[in-house]
Design a protein around this ligand. Structure first.
Ligand SMILES: [Zn+2]
Length: 519
């Protein structure tokens, strides 16, 4: 039996009013955020209340769904060690519809229950992006946490919602529960990203050796800020892995692009992250991601490589990210394309494990390498001791004594020692720092601390997790490299003229091109 939300007479009246007059938005709800304009909200004493956005489930249904979700989580090694809690609630589709047809400033603070054991969090809407015909990307912040982010993809036809809430170092993954007996039931998976493997795992970082001449770096055009056109492809296994966890590939792709834009915006980089196409490609995966990148994705003249190159040419994609389902204790790989050079465009590919792409920011981390960025100095030192002679600022930044790191940095032994209990009850003890959506940048501060070191910083004589002193400014490197990366695939104007599948909700991507002639 399926239950249905019964709307109150007051709500129906309000909803009718909204449709007819466009003025009855969220009447009577308390406004607790100073950025909202109270004049846009009708007086509470004369208007009916809208029902809550989030409703609890009957206890038996909650237990049933939580148990089923846990069974699914346990089937994936990555999930069973990163998921720490599961909860389900019911969302009101009328409230969602009202929001996506409204303006950000008119949307009140919305309480959202993310866990049965935690107080609800308050969401403030900051943007409502209509990037395709099928969906609205609902962007927000958690009240009281300036480092938080909320990204929901809303299907305009169904008002179903998926996305994530990120606050205080924890990610709440939000998806529609397909096995629920009550319509609009949402599954909330609590993920502790501390438990993801590092991007490159035991395989290390690829070193690019192309025998190139002097780098050809393009100057920024002050009248045309760079647009990075991104194509994301994925294996059937990656799609199946996401689907088994009730995650929609299209939504994940759009969330990944939003995260990339957040990084640009947070660092004040005048750059646009632009999705030009995403689609599935029949391909034989290799969990050795470096080998898969080098031997499968990059070669031309093959049944796999040629369609990728044709798609890339068709959509003028500056960079390509290929998502797979597993990576042998790693989350991604790519070549660090530094220094920036238009002649390196043929290597602007990354491979990313789908389960790490958004929640571990591995998609952005690997793109960061394609933009020229290196890891933090200590992580690079572990690979090459000569790093301590390098006065260049192209390093990520980690502040272990304050428990945080930038997107190109890795945890080290100076991070706080924490014990995390996963959904199976197993404990994980390790040194974890929270990864924030920033590239290292000495012009930015967090809690009064610089988020990098300026070029004038003296090189340390030793390199330990706490003493690896030296310049750290990925952002300035990106400022230089992104104009070049944005021209990896030249086009008459930005964004690209040919745009493929950019839907955030379409689950049936087009087939790969066939019978193509590669030049
Ligand atoms: Zn890396």
């Amino acid at each position: 039996m399926r239950y249905h939300f019964v709307l109150s007479a007051n709500l129906c009246g309000c909803w009718l009013g909204l449709v007819l007059f466009g003025s009855c938005i969220f009447p009577g709800l308390a406004i607790s955020d100073e950025t909202l304009d109270a004049s846009t909200i009708a007086p509470p004493t004369t208007m009916p209340l809208l029902p809550p956005f989030v409703q609890p489930l009957p206890a038996t249904e909650l237990v049933r769904l939580n148990t089923a979700a846990k069974t699914t989580v346990l089937q994936s090694p990555l999930r069973r060690s990163t998921v720490v809690d599961i909860h389900h609630v019911v969302l009101n589709p009328v409230v969602i519809s009202s929001i996506i047809n409204s303006t950000p400033s008119a949307v009140p603070i919305l309480p959202f229950t993310v866990s049965a054991s935690k107080p609800s969090i308050d969401i403030r809407t900051t943007d409502l992006k209509k990037k395709d015909n099928d969906s609205v990307t609902w962007i927000g912040k958690v009240v009281g946490d300036s480092l938080s982010s909320v990204i929901f993809i809303v299907d305009k036809k169904t008002n179903l919602l998926s996305g994530e809430i990120r606050t205080e170092g924890i990610i709440y993954e939000v998806t529609t529960s397909k096995g629920a007996q009550i319509l609009n039931t949402i599954k909330i998976i609590t993920v502790d990203p501390s438990l993801f493997p590092s991007e490159h795992g035991p395989q290390g970082t690829l070193q690019l050796s192309l025998g190139l001449g002097p780098p050809l770096t393009l100057s920024p055009d002050p009248n045309h800020p760079p647009v990075i056109n991104v194509m994301i492809l994925y294996s059937p296994e990656a799609v199946a892995w996401l689907e088994s966890n009730e995650l929609d590939i299209s939504a994940q792709v759009c969330i990944a692009i939003e995260h990339m834009q957040d990084h640009f915006d947070n660092n004040g980089l005048q750059v646009t992250a632009n999705l030009v196409h995403h689609g599935q490609m029949e391909i034989t995966q290799n969990p050795n991601l470096g080998s898969f990148l080098i031997n499968t994705l990059l070669p031309r003249g093959t049944a796999v490589g040629d369609p990728i190159y044709e798609w890339r040419k068709l959509y003028a994609a500056d960079i390509v990210s290929f998502w797979v389902s597993e990576g042998n204790l790693s989350c991604g790989n790519s070549y660090p394309l530094y220094p920036p050079d238009v002649n390196k465009e043929s290597s602007a590919f990354s491979v990313v494990v789908a389960g790490c792409a958004t929640e571990n920011d591995s998609f952005v981390h690997e793109a960061g390498h394609l933009f020229g960025g290196n890891h933090d100095r200590y992580a690079e030192f572990l690979l090459n001791a000569n790093v301590m002679k390098n006065s260049n600022g192209n390093f990520g930044y980690i502040k272990p004594d304050k428990n945080w790191k930038t997107v190109m940095a890795y945890d080290n032994l100076a991070c706080p020692l924490r014990t995390i209990t996963d959904i199976t009850g197993q404990t994980h003890t390790g040194n974890y720092c929270v990864r924030y959506k920033y590239w290292s940048d000495p012009t930015k501060t967090l809690g009064g601390d610089q988020m990098g070191n300026p070029d004038t910083t003296t090189l340390g004589v030793t390199c330990t997790p706490l003493t690896c002193q030296g310049p750290a400014d990925n952002a300035s490197i990106l400022q230089t490299s992104l104009p070049t990366v944005s021209k990896f695939r030249p086009r008459p104007g930005d964004p690209a003229g040919s745009v493929g599948n950019i839907s955030c909700v379409n689950t049936l991507p087009p087939a790969a091109p066939t019978n193509l002639t590669v030049k």
